[in-house]
Design a protein around this ligand. Sequence first.
Ligand SMILES: *Cc1c(COP(=O)(O)O)cnc(C)c1O
Length: 410
Amino acid sequence: MTATLTTNFVSHLEGAIDGERISPEVIRTLHHERPIWVRYDLETISSILSKEDLLSRPSTIWRYAELLPAYDANKIVSLGEGMTPVLSCPRLAGKMGLSNLFVKDESQLPTGSFKSRGMALAITMANHFGIKSVALPTAGNAGGAAAAYAARAGMQCYVFMPQDTPMINQYEASAAGAHAFLVDGLINDCGRIVSDGKEPMGWFDLSTLKEPYRIEGKKTMGLELAEQFNWKLPDVIFYPTGGGTGLIGMWKAFNELRQMGWLDSATMPRMIAVQSTGCSPIVNAFNNGTKHATPVQNAQTIARGIRVPGAVGDFMILDAIRQSGGTAVAVDEAAITPWMLRATATEGISICPETGACFAAVEQCLADGTISADENIVVFNTGASQKYAEAIACQLPLLDTNQPIDWTAI
Ligand SMILES: *Cc1c(COP(=O)(O)O)cnc(C)c1O
């Protein structure tokens, strides 16, 4: 834990839709119904912090304290999150015809998904502002992470999830003591319950991109990636995109590092947002060249984390993809589970369905020339496969200890 900072370097908050400056002194959600950026005095940070300073710090997200909004060590709520490994994947690369394929393995984080990065910051800042009760809608992993961090902070947590949310997500929220509920609708319906309940229940709304700080937590994926690649970013990043905090946060990280003069490569990575044909609002908007995405009807995909029919930060996702020279790709829903299993079995990494979609996208992009075989490619594994028992049909043969084992059948 970095306990040395006594000040922070946040200069102001900024409305993402209109650039209006907003005071960072009060906690708030949305500005004109759209997300809020946290802005820093990057010039001062780069004058007092060097890359070498980082080397002696703990391998958690808090090593980047100057680039985060929290500074009072007593308010930091942590489960030791951060510095997930970048794993080289030579077997999978060989099978796919690539030379440099890497997985940044977020499955190893607390609660088994990258949602812990965002929640560490959101709950820390809620704690900083004296909030006692939080609520959120979730497709699964955000609820589990929020419940865990709220428990760690001694806060009340209310979680609303679609009825068909993976069992493990239901379990982890309730096990961490949250008030967890199923809703007979999609995540947007759950979001409406949180909005409606805010006032009567006194909740602070932790919904994706509604409060400003989850992005700052997700940003640490980009900071880590830069440091792990020795400040020379990869050519292409594949990211499963739902609400978009991960992609937006990472792109924000790269831009902040570039402004600080910390990046060695002049070119930035192309950001490739991956969705399923069962729910692809961002892909549709990207292809149509629009600023905002039109919410999709009947969103359906086994990759629950990317089943987000409409995202409040849609324009921020699309801006990041376009600025990076990347693209948005929808993969066949039927390809997701086979790729999840193939990737897990080939490299031993616990690949979630959302990342199964990313591997299908890598294959698709290589075939259509969006990427080339010799590029440095990073795929984000946003969660652990064992959280998705429903996605895996697994029936092992049973051995009878009263019978001699037939070795020819083993
Ligand atoms: C939430 C989630 C996503 C989507 O993340 P966003 O950054 O909100 O787009 C992808 N994968 C998993 C496993 C998730 O839990």
